[in-house]
Design a protein. Structure first.
Length: 167
């Protein structure tokens, strides 16, 4: 008997990741069917902005060329959940936008109300986005790029998932 595990001809890791991405779709479908989020639930969904099938306004691609995080909480509209993707209306700096996001583009899903999080590696053959450089610490006593809750202070309501990632 050997101590090494044989290589599998079945892509278990990929199958598990697809199933977990299905959790995101099932949760969003439930929200769509029930007409909104229950209680204090709200979601942070991070996705690759240039992944196949992603449709977002050009100004968002320019601002977030690799990855962005959306918040689904109070102000959203036209949530449409399909088997392979979802679309949602959100405002960015008071500009209404319709986003279409395939589940394969999703790299993170967080519901901080219940401390639930999923992270996904890039699909086979895709390189992970380069991590952004660390912002310099403010030396004048003013807050950095985001507020203490992780939100942006520029009105974009985009947060990073870094505060929810295990180190």
């Amino acid at each position: 008997m050997t101590d090494t595990t044989p290589d599998s001809l079945i892509p278990y890791d990929e199958i598990v990741q697809d199933a977990l991405r299905g959790v995101v779709g099932r949760v969003l479908k439930r929200i769509q069917d029930e007409g909104g989020l229950p209680g204090g639930h709200h979601f942070y969904i991070a996705f690759r902005t240039r992944a196949p099938g992603v449709s977002i306004p050009q100004h968002l691609i320019e601002r977030y060329p690799e990855e962005m995080t959306i918040v689904i909480q109070h102000r959203y509209w036209d949530l449409e959940v399909g088997p392979d993707q979802f679309s949602i209306g959100l405002s960015f700096n008071q500009m209404p936008s319709l986003l279409t996001i395939p589940y394969d583009a999703v790299v993170g899903f967080v519901d901080p109300a219940v401390n639930f999080a999923l992270q996904f590696p890039p699909k086979e053959g895709e390189a992970p986005p380069e991590p952004p450089p660390e912002p310099p610490a403010p030396d004048d006593g003013t807050p950095g790029d985001g507020d203490p809750k992780g939100g942006a202070t520029d009105g974009s309501n985009v947060v990073t998932l870094d505060r929810f990632r295990r180190k």
